[in-house]
Design a protein around this ligand. Structure first.
Ligand SMILES: [Zn+2]
Length: 246
């Protein structure tokens, strides 16, 4: 190999290495911070100094609707796209959370099967996501795993699922507070939406489980035979922080 050829070979390698190690400010590429994640105990930290999440949920009329992602396809009304879901739209002003003085309005909640978040590789049958948005457009999502057990108010929602391509189903004066588990402690991390466009900067607050009847789980699973959950994404060095309930 001549000196010129050696130079032509080595210089691009060095440059590539420089880019990969983030040697320059403009070349530095941040690792993806996607959701959901598989929670390993080693990634959990405890930080009592972080601001608490204050939940203020009231009563709301709900519009239950099937969220379609394949509206352009002729067979879309019978095809279960894995990014589709059943969603309950909440009336504005009926529920919000406050974090560090910032208010996030509850917009909707929806369901996944199996759970999107895992703990040591283990899934739960279902997971509920409560999606909140601040005035500045920042997203905060509360995730609650659903396990088989005693029936709870969540069963009332899942008993009235809207058909795909059908009318929305109205549910009057629902107490949103009863959907969450009694223990308001959370496991917090920074992630993303779990459906397209997978936007990052979403603040995730994972709670302990709520129970629903085995029949409710079977019914939702039969609707989404292949599931509607995204697979876990790499933590890439992120930690999850335990925050006590308020
Ligand atoms: Zn979700």
């Amino acid at each position: 190999m001549t000196r010129r050829r050696l130079t032509a070979f080595v210089v691009p390698l060095v440059l590539t290495g420089f880019l990969l190690t983030g040697g320059g400010t403009t070349a530095q590429s941040r690792q993806p911070s996607q959701s959901p994640v598989d929670i390993s105990p080693g990634a959990i930290r405890f930080d009592p100094t972080l601001p608490r999440l204050y939940i203020s949920y009231g009563h709301s009329d709900l519009d239950l609707e099937y969220v379609r992602k394949d509206a352009a396809e002729s067979s879309g009304c019978s095809t279960r796209n894995h990014e589709e879901t059943e969603e309950a739209v909440v009336r504005p002003g009926t529920g919000h959370v406050t974090l560090a003085g910032v208010r996030y309005e509850l917009e909707q909640f929806h369901f996944h099967t199996p759970s999107e978040h895992r703990f040591k590789g283990r899934t739960d049958p279902l997971e509920m996501h409560f999606v909140h948005r601040s005035a500045a457009g920042k997203l905060l999502v509360i995730g609650v795993p659903l396990r088989a057990g005693a029936a709870s108010p969540v069963d009332h929602i899942l008993a009235k699922l809207a058909p795909e391509c059908g009318e929305t189903v109205a549910l009057a004066d629902f107490d949103l507070n009863t959907l969450l588990p009694r223990d308001r402690g959370t496991l917090r991390y920074s992630g993303s939406l779990t459906t397209a466009p997978f936007t990052e900067g979403v603040q995730w607050f994972l709670m302990s489980e709520q129970t629903v009847s085995p029949a409710t789980i079977a019914r939702f699973r039969s609707l989404f035979g292949d599931g509607n959950a995204r697979t876990p994404q790499p933590l890439n060095g992120r930690h999850l922080t335990v925050v006590p309930g308020s």
